[in-house]
Write a protein that binds this ligand. Structure first.
Ligand code: ATP
Length: 326
């Protein structure tokens, strides 16, 4: 069976790491058809539009999408693209690799981030000179869906505990509803769970990450806590993610377009290649996904490494090393 994969490199280092992930998928010799779409800052400058309809259609029709990064136009590109694929869950695994000198070498956490509402609902207003507001939307349906997804993920992937992040003591209506719903769902699963105030959780994640398995978060909290955890294991160059919907899904590194290093051939392609491994899992190529992860881990162990990990290798050199191992 042929799978159509939409490939949208976007801006900055997205242009450098996306071809690396495609090269890895091509090397597996599966029945994948790659169709490339345009989006991002450069396209907006050229055409006035950051995300053209044809790129939306491409992602909607594909079996899965690989997305690199968007710069200034991120909100106009990534948010609608996640919408196009019907994604409600953002899955961000954060794990340390034994060979890397990580701040916290014993980390294996998967953040399950609500992907459709919260403070990223896009409802902002300038109500007066010097006064702006933002509306935080939390619904029972979306809360139930993300928490059920989190518990199911934990069960399927052999995690023995789930943490629910919230700030219901302050945001009593919105996170009150999220927490109440999460507890109802948690009680219906045969798995241990805790609830944690998200600010205190940030501290505990830094000090004792080994205490955590699956962490289910509202939208903004999931974004921030997973980036924080990235710092514990070696940086953003290592973190993949999946935006999962009922049927479709989009895979992207947690990092953005990294304008500070774009065009220099020094971006770490691991996050993007590991995102491709998540795509393989999603399409039921579990053995191939494991082989890709093993190849990346081998290169992280023996080198070559990009400068973010203390090495001096180029994006291309690291990609070649991963391909050699595959
Ligand atoms: P954006 O606005 O597109 O999110 P940004 O620079 O604000 O871009 P990131 O792209 O996530 O945010 O980058 C944050 C920092 O992490 C930068 O210093 C960047 O160089 C570094 N970084 C991110 N991804 C990588 C990578 N793949 N390899 C090496 N360094 C990276």
């Amino acid at each position: 069976m042929t799978h159509e994969i939409a490939v949208i490199p976007g801006d900055g280092i997205g242009q450098e790491v996306t071809p690396a992930a495609v090269a890895v998928l091509e090397a597996l010799d599966l029945n994948f058809d790659f169709v490339e779409g345009e989006a991002g800052d450069a396209l907006k400058e050229e055409t006035g539009e950051a995300l053209p309809q044809e790129t939306r259609d491409l992602a909607a029709a594909a079996d899965a999408t690989l997305f690199g990064a968007a710069g200034e136009t991120a909100a106009d590109v990534v948010l609608p693209l996640r919408d196009v694929v019907g994604s409600f869950a953002n899955v961000r695994p954060v794990r340390s690799y034994p060979a890397l000198d990580a701040v916290q070498p014993d980390t294996d956490i998967v953040f399950i981030r609500e992907n459709t509402e919260g403070v990223y609902s896009g409802i902002e207003a300038a109500v007066d000179d010097g006064v702006r507001t933002l509306t935080r939307v939390v619904t029972e349906d979306a809360s139930r869906e993300i928490v059920e997804f989190g518990f199911t993920y934990a069960k399927r992937n052999d995690f023995d505990d789930v943490t629910i992040a919230h700030k219901a003591n302050v945001m009593q209506e919105t996170d009150g509803l999220f927490l109440e719903t999460a507890q109802e769902v948690g009680d219906s699963f045969d798995i241990d769970y805790d609830t944690a105030l998200m600010d205190a959780l940030a501290m505990h994640l830094v000090m004792t990450p080994e205490d955590y398995g699956v962490v289910v978060c509202p939208n903004l909290a999931g974004d921030m806590l997973s980036d924080l955890a990235a710092g514990l294991v070696g940086g953003l160059g290592l973190l993949p993610s999946a935006n999962v919907g009922e049927e479709n899904a989009l895979f992207e590194p947690v990092h953005g377009s990294a304008p500070d290093i774009a065009g220099e051939d020094v971006a770490n392609p691991s996050a993007m290649i590991l995102s491709a491994a998540m795509l393989l899992d999603h399409l039921d190529y579990g053995d191939e996904a494991a082989a890709v992860r093993e190849a990346v881990e081998g290169v992280l162990t023996d080198g070559p490494r990009t400068p973010d990990l203390g090495g001096d290798a180029s994006t291309d050199a690291v990609t070649e090393a991963v391909l050699d191992r595959l």
